[in-house]
Design a protein around this ligand. Structure first.
Ligand SMILES: *Cc1c(COP(=O)(O)O)cnc(C)c1O
Length: 398
């Protein structure tokens, strides 16, 4: 194999581009969707409940409500626990924008907490420093699939009398001390976008243990109407009352059918992701300039992402060179508080969350998804080493 980087005209490590994430859809999934299409209910039917029940088996909690996407799940969850105007909600700075955006949708104000430099997870001590008399909730994000420190966060939420919620869009199948995030939170939100663990094309879920919160989510999902269409039909009713301002955030039966079918693979897929991560950990031992994020010992990560911290060469050059080798790495995320919208509207800026800001410049998400084969995994390791060797040499020569 040529040592010359593909970026400089060498032969790429592989011919076909390898994406960082990709869905697995099989013929059983296709059949499940076709069956739903041939049934009486395309939406608000029995396949919604079936998916919700099946999901509870993996997520913990007692109530689950499927909804149109992960962002809608966050919005519903925030509204359902009563977040509104005047409330502050603490979110980690290193997350997808939706975690904070949905706080704004609900009328609240996101307050950014810093993250651990080792894991990228919300730092409970900084979250505590950010608590004020207006703080209503802390939202943990299970960054990359690692469960947040739910012991410390649970303790903090009890001591300070603020709600603990989770954006668990990265972490179906993840466990903290043997239990899923919903065992520790007042609500946990999931996404079924194609790059996530399981997909319904677009879709989301809110899981919680409290009956009132569960009912609130269901009502808000359906315009704030007291009973949904199926429930009214069951009771022989045709009139309804809208008791509060809700949304149409429903997930159709056609997509819930896909979700239930996908769910049968979740355990095996998480196991496969963990195998790939273990192989990477081994392959990247002793690299200079790059280290994997640390896995906490109390935690079972479901590895939505495999995150490498690249200190030198500069991260963006590293990604560019890796992409030329046909390894389509990317990064997650730029800090939310540094997006121009947040700077403009909340007056946030650099220096607010130093660890998150440093990580945001160093993190690289390498390909990880269940359908990757051994050759794909080896190609990634080969390409990472090639680029780490080749880029500094090229920079010295320049
Ligand atoms: C994907 C994701 C979301 C949003 O989910 P959508 O289904 O795309 O709306 C929110 N938070 C995090 C951390 C995510 O990864």
């Amino acid at each position: 194999m040529s040592d010359v980087l593909a970026l400089f005209g060498g032969t790429p490590v592989r011919g076909a581009p390898l994406p960082y994430g990709r869905q697995s859809v099989d013929e059983d999934d296709v059949r499940a969707v076709a069956d739903a299409l041939r049934s009486d209910w395309l939406t608000t039917g029995p396949r919604v409940e079936k998916f919700e029940k099946a999901f509870l088996g993996f997520s913990g909690g007692h109530y689950a409500a499927a909804c149109s996407n992960g962002t809608a799940a966050l919005h519903l969850m925030y509204r359902a626990v009563g977040i509104g105007p005047g409330d502050e909600v603490i979110v980690p700075a290193l997350t997808f924008v939706a975690t904070a955006n949905a706080v704004l949708y609900a009328g609240g104000t996101p307050v950014f907490a810093d993250v651990s430099p080792l894991t990228g997870l919300i730092d409970p001590e900084d979250a505590e420093r950010k608590i004020t008399s207006r703080t209503k909730a802390i939202v943990a994000v299970d960054y990359a699939g690692q469960p947040a420190d739910y012991s410390a966060l649970g303790d903090l939420s009890r001591r300070k009398n603020v709600l603990l919620l989770s954006d668990s869009c990265h972490s179906p199948g993840a466990l903290w001390k043997g239990k899923p995030p919903a065992a520790y939170t007042s609500g946990s939100a999931y996404s079924f976008h194609p790059v996530k663990h399981l997909t319904t094309a677009e879709g989301g879920m809110v899981v919680c243990s409290d009956e009132t919160i569960g009912k609130n989510v269901r009502r808000l999902r359906n315009h704030g109407i007291d009973l949904d269409m199926r429930e009214r039909e069951r009771r022989g009713m045709w009139s309804y009352d809208m008791v509060e301002l809700g949304y149409n955030y429903r997930l159709p039966d056609v997509l819930c059918a896909l979700g239930t079918s996908q769910l049968t693979h979740l355990e095996a897929w998480v196991t496969r992701r963990r195998e790939i991560a273990a192989r990477y950990d081994l392959g990247f031992m002793g690299l200079s300039g790059a280290v994997p994020t640390i896995a906490a010992s109390n935690a079972r990560s479901s590895y939505h992402l495999y995150v490498l911290k690249v200190e030198s060469p500069p991260r963006d050059e590293f990604i560019k060179a890796l992409r030329a080798e046909n390894i389509l790495a990317t990064y997650h995320y730029g800090c939310v508080h540094l997006h121009s919208y947040y700077r403009k509207t909340l007056g946030t800026g650099p220096g607010l969350c130093p660890h998150a800001e440093k990580l945001a410049d160093e993190v690289v998400s390498l390909p990880i998804f269940p359908a990757m084969n051994e050759k794909d995994v080896e190609d990634v390791i080969t390409a990472v080493k090639k680029v780490l060797r080749g880029l500094p040499k090229a920079r010295r020569a320049a």
